[in-house]
Design a protein around this ligand. Sequence first.
Ligand code: PSU
Ligand code: MN
Length: 327
Amino acid sequence: MLGRASKRGIHSLVTALKNNALVDIHPEVAEALHARQPVVALESTIITHGMPHPVNLETARTVERNVRASGSVPATIGLIEGRVKIGLEPHELERLAEGKNGPVKLSRRDIGAAIALKRDGGTTCSATLVFAALAGIKAFATGGLGGVHRAGQDTLDISADLPELTRCPVALISAGVKSILDIGRTLEYLETLGVPVVTYGQTDDFPAFYSHKSGFKSPWRVDNPTDAARIMNVQEQLGMKNGVIFATPIPTKYHSMSEAIQKAVEDAVQEAEENGISKRGKEVTPWILKRVGELTGGKSLLSNVALIENTSMIGGQIAASYARLAA
Ligand code: PSU
Ligand code: MN
């Protein structure tokens, strides 16, 4: 149950954000939050750095439609000329997708600078979580969460997405983490951080993005939106400030492709190591994704689109269930 004080809190926060010089909440999103209707945040790095044009734009639109179809309001988050947009207008979505103004990839550390220097930007999971939490949005659907990179124990390349989930009480719905990462260490690190990991349907395994199986078990599993929403609700009632990961396996139709894609992932990761790309910080993930796309003749992109179409649908259902529970 949301106490009266926290309901008032959301109302005044929405009003404050509407008047804030830095953040624009789309009127439809502000209205939904005010009325405590379900809202699903969507990230924009997948648009600016994760997929080629025009597939990125088509996918961003489809994902918004899926959220609507499941009874929630979509809020794609991004930076336009230094203003944070919680809910993008169609022309803003196009601008980010076309990359006209050189959008940067934003994690938490980049937020202050990118706003101050009036940049366009795509928000990664970490930056999207920051703004979703700020606006009081409870669910966020994406494709793949970042994680501990291979040899991350030496390079310390661990995505800012992981610690962000300790600070933001938001449910993140993704198809797990990509097998370009060290999945075992990613799960260990999430345990250390105290971030709950829950597989949503299909399997007890923690899914590996292009594949429904990683060989690692998730600590928890649910099979419907109501149970997912109840986990969120318990954390909320206890005043816990961390989020929760609902790891949603790619649809069965795409399982048969996963082996070929996995082979390409291994090749791309090796190339990245040999060419020194694996030392180039935030460029690593986009580079490997692009290379896997080339090596699979576009198959990985098809899978990527399918899995985010799925997580957006399920994210919408979970947000709708949560809104009913919290009412
Ligand atoms: N997974 C994808 N496409 C993406 C990303 C992940 O399939 O574009 C993005 C997400 O925004 C994620 C970010 O938060 O990559 C992680 O980047 P890094 O590994 O640099 O932390
Ligand atoms: Mn990194």
